[in-house]
Design a protein around this ligand. Sequence first.
Ligand SMILES: Cc1cc2nc3c(=O)[nH]c(=O)nc-3n(C[C@H](O)[C@H](O)[C@H](O)COP(=O)(O)OP(=O)(O)OC[C@H]3O[C@@H](n4cnc5c(N)ncnc54)[C@H](O)[C@@H]3O)c2cc1C
Length: 446
Amino acid sequence: MSESRDSSHSSPHSPSYCASYCSSYYAATIHQASDYPQLEGDQRVDVAIIGGGFTGVNIAIELAERGFQVAVVEANKIGWGASGRNGGQVTGSLSGQDAMLKQLGKRLGQENAEDFVWNLRWRGHRIIRQRVDKYAIPCDLKFGHLQAAYKPSHINELRRDYEASQQHEIGQHVEWLDAPATANVIGTSLYHGAIRNNFNMHLHPLNLCLGEARAAASLGVKLFEHSPVLDILHGDTPAVVTAKGRVIADSVVLAGNAYHRLERKALQGKLFPAALGIVTTAPLTEAQQASVNPEDLAVYDTRFVLDYYRLTADGRLLFGGGANYSGKPSADIGAELRPRLEHTFPQLKGMALDFQWQGMAGIVINRIPQLGKLSPNVFYAQGYSGHGIATSHIVSEIMANAVSGQLKEFDLFANMHHWRIPVSERIGNGLLSAGMWYYQLREKLR
Ligand SMILES: Cc1cc2nc3c(=O)[nH]c(=O)nc-3n(C[C@H](O)[C@H](O)[C@H](O)COP(=O)(O)OP(=O)(O)OC[C@H]3O[C@@H](n4cnc5c(N)ncnc54)[C@H](O)[C@@H]3O)c2cc1C
């Protein structure tokens, strides 16, 4: 198989909707493809959801399980966005957790805030496991994760997180590894120590998202593909409008994350798309697999812009890293990632890369997920800053609660202070790139 370009990637600066998935390893290994109709004519439901990624699909499941009539309107295919393209690592790294603690500490008291954030970090794992079990979703789910210290100066912070885990029930799943012990479980001498967490998981995200969509459909959710929403009409019964139809509802939830351009007046300058890339090698021999990742763990390192990798079910090394904060796709992900992959695993030097692709993550300046309302019955949820598999599932529970009238947790998020850069997206992404460059430089000097 030759290297493939992500020709179906559309920049959010010039959205052009796509009939099919980008040519990723995930798209090539779908268990059961989706085939939902295009929205035509009028539909009347309780809740209309825009976006068929983890956030939209899981809000739909949560609401349908409570008896709501729900429709999901997806511009492209289910899981076409970040949800079907990511690293597949389900971890307790909640984006923006320090900023969240600071803000919540003032409102809830430090101890309550710490409890809330700690529980939030692991809540998505439970939801995903229940969903996979209840709806029998085949998605190569496996346990075991390593967070590896890239520099000696990263050890202290990692060690603090390990010690915090030992104060909680999760401690039984978490182990501290010094440098030699780390090199025993992962075939590189790059790291100075690691936390091994056997509660964290890795999985095939596109098959999870498609399985969740099938679960939603089995609960009566109406799903529509190839139906870009062009406008949201606000009012007592808001509506989402596509070229050929409308969904009229009591509530609308906008879950288009980094890919949508709706509601610019309220949302512009709050979230910035960053392109993240992934490659996979050709399938490794058993000996090669044993040499790079003998215990089949998912791994990421401790840098601000980190590398992350794992083996796929068919024995490829799936490797992601770096980020392009310009808001535009990168020209050649394979060329960008090969040196990082070979630096980590010199034993794979020259290995063929069968797939390369990229996707857009929604970056928020303080990294706290953004949940809010655009009008009394039109909600939005976005911006997990590259850590969204678990978070999107947690958010879906919080959003479903909010739509059904339980606003306590939603209000905590909706009242978070967020920076907004009131400039064009191109300039905003330029400022974001400069900020990220500064943080990375600071990290290099540590
Ligand atoms: C390359 C990459 C690697 C990542 N790795 C990890 C990882 O290992 N672990 C982790 O936890 N997180 C990871 N993430 C982040 C994670 O994938 C996301 O946070 C998460 O999938 C976001 O889900 P979502 O449903 O909110 O958004 P998306 O999955 O992006 O879904 C949004 C959907 O909305 C649709 N849409 C947009 N506009 C419209 C419109 N006008 N009308 C109708 N539909 C519309 C889009 O087509 C898209 O399908 C990664 C992200 C990327 C890009």
